[in-house]
Design a protein around this ligand. Structure first.
Ligand SMILES: O=C(O)C(=O)C[C@H](O)[C@H](O)COP(=O)(O)O
Length: 220
């Protein structure tokens, strides 16, 4: 299945933006103003997690109403979700972990994807299947920058989007690693700001996050 959108899908999720906001929405009506704030702050790639029933409608709204955003789906764990998200307009897919069935569905989706890994063997298994770009989850709990730095020696062909427990203070350290393409996180979309509709605060946090690449390093 291919994206119904006229805009092409990105070639790589890792090269879209240095920071990918991970969004949990309970009200789909928040999706468009939130996405506009993130885009205005310099973060066009947005991962809407499937943790809430609002997610498909939120993805559809951003895909159709915020053309400067590149909206993707997160927490994708079944082949059915792959199809539903792409049909809703998701232009990339992210999972916290992977299975053969999920990988097959993601490969067939027509959009780029990041299967999740947290161990060396999972990384090797994905490389064996021709997948070089992955989500490293839960990044802080699974070993953080020290773990990723250790992987870069024997497995330099693997590139990661670490996510989970990363904040404004630690993101730059991840971005300075040679095997990190981007980092994901929710620190620029605090739940209380979303609940209050404080889009200006989210735009400000996004702007600070968007500036991290220069502050933290330039290597990829
Ligand atoms: O929902 C998913 O698909 C996940 O895999 C988990 C999220 O990516 C992280 O929970 C975001 O991490 P925080 O920045 O610590 O909030």
């Amino acid at each position: 299945m291919t994206s119904p959108l006229p805009c092409p899908s990105p070639a790589s999720v890792l090269d879209l933006a240095p920071v990918v906001p991970v969004v949990v929405l309970s009200d789909p009506a928040d999706a468009v103003p939130l996405a506009r704030a993130l885009v205005a702050g310099g973060l066009p790639a947005i991962e809407v997690t499937l943790r809430t029933p609002a997610a498909p409608e939120a993805i559809r709204a951003v895909a159709t109403e915020v053309p400067d955003a590149v909206v993707g789906a997160g927490t994708v764990i079944t082949p059915e979700q792959v199809d539903a998200c792409v049909a809703a307009g998701a232009r990339f897919l992210v999972s916290p972990g992977w299975t053969e069935a999920l990988l097959t569905a993601m490969r067939g989706s027509g959009v780029p994807f990041l299967p999740g890994v947290s161990t060396t063997s999972e990384v090797v298994a994905l490389l064996e299947r021709g997948v070089r770009e992955m989500k490293f989850f839960p990044a802080q709990a699974a070993g953080g920058t020290a773990y990723l730095r250790s992987l870069a020696g024997p497995l330099p062909q693997a590139r990661f989007c670490p996510t989970g427990g990363i904040g404004a203070a630690t993101a730059a350290e991840y971005l300075a690693l040679p095997n990190v393409g981007c980092v994901g996180g929710s620190w620029m979309v605090p739940a209380d700001a979303v609940a209050a509709g404080d889009w200006a605060r989210i735009e400000e946090l996004a702007r600070a996050a968007a500036g991290l690449r220069g502050a933290g390093g330039t290597s990829r």
